[in-house]
Design a protein around this ligand. Structure first.
Ligand SMILES: [Mg+2]
Ligand SMILES: [Zn+2]
Length: 202
């Protein structure tokens, strides 16, 4: 028995575009990044329950030459500011700027972090050893988000905002079988909170 061991912390890995904020393609003006309704409240619920919230996002705009890498960080900062104005916060932010077939050599590599590869999640667990791999979830709008969860052996929630509806219909990427399908992030988080209640640590 390890009664003195500190309890590990559940974690939700969130996709960005189409999950937390509206999917509108490559965003040039940070002011155009807008939250999906209920997103800040959903993150706030996780914060209140002491569940870690970590952003994991593929961002190929720099690799495609649409904007400098600094703009990816500016967009992530805008997202965090919008969440903070709803009293919600992210515990960590990871992004993959790489694209093998990109046009800017610096970012045009075959990396280990582009979803569905597990690099960002592996790094998160390495950098935050208190996180509980057995109580960890991925929420996203693409088949690649669900595949990421499968590759890391985590539970997957597909939201039907962003590309999610098209993924379900089979008209974008490929069809997948997530553990739960949610109309919006708020319902994804409701399901996760319920699922955690039925999955208490031993
Ligand atoms: Mg997305
Ligand atoms: Zn990468």
């Amino acid at each position: 028995m390890f009664l003195d061991a500190p309890a590990k912390q559940p974690v939700v890995f969130l996709d960005r575009d189409g999950t937390l904020n509206q999917e509108i393609g490559y965003i040039q003006d940070t002011a155009d990044l807008k939250l999906i309704p209920g997103a800040a409240a959903a993150v706030r619920q996780l914060n209140a329950a002491s569940i870690a919230v970590i952003l994991v996002t593929n961002q190929t705009g720099a690799a495609r030459g649409y904007y400098p890498e600094q703009h990816i960080r500016a967009l992530n900062t805008r997202l965090e500011e919008l969440l903070q104005s709803g009293d919600a916060y992210l515990d960590a932010v990871y992004y993959c700027p790489h694209l093998k077939e990109g046009s800017v050599p610096e970012w045009s590599i075959d990396c280990f972090c582009r979803k569905p590869a597990p690099g960002m999640i592996d790094r998160a667990f390495a950098e935050h050893p208190q996180l509980d791999r057995l109580r960890a979830y991925v929420v996203g709008d693409k088949a690649t988000d669900v595949e990421l969860a499968r590759n890391c052996k985590l539970k997957a929630v597909l939201v039907t905002t962003g590309y999610g509806h098209q993924v379900l219909k089979g008209t974008y990427q490929w069809q997948v079988e997530p553990d739960f399908i949610a109309q919006e992030i708020r319902y994804a988080i409701d399901w996760i909170l319920d699922d955690l209640k039925s999955n208490l640590p031993a």
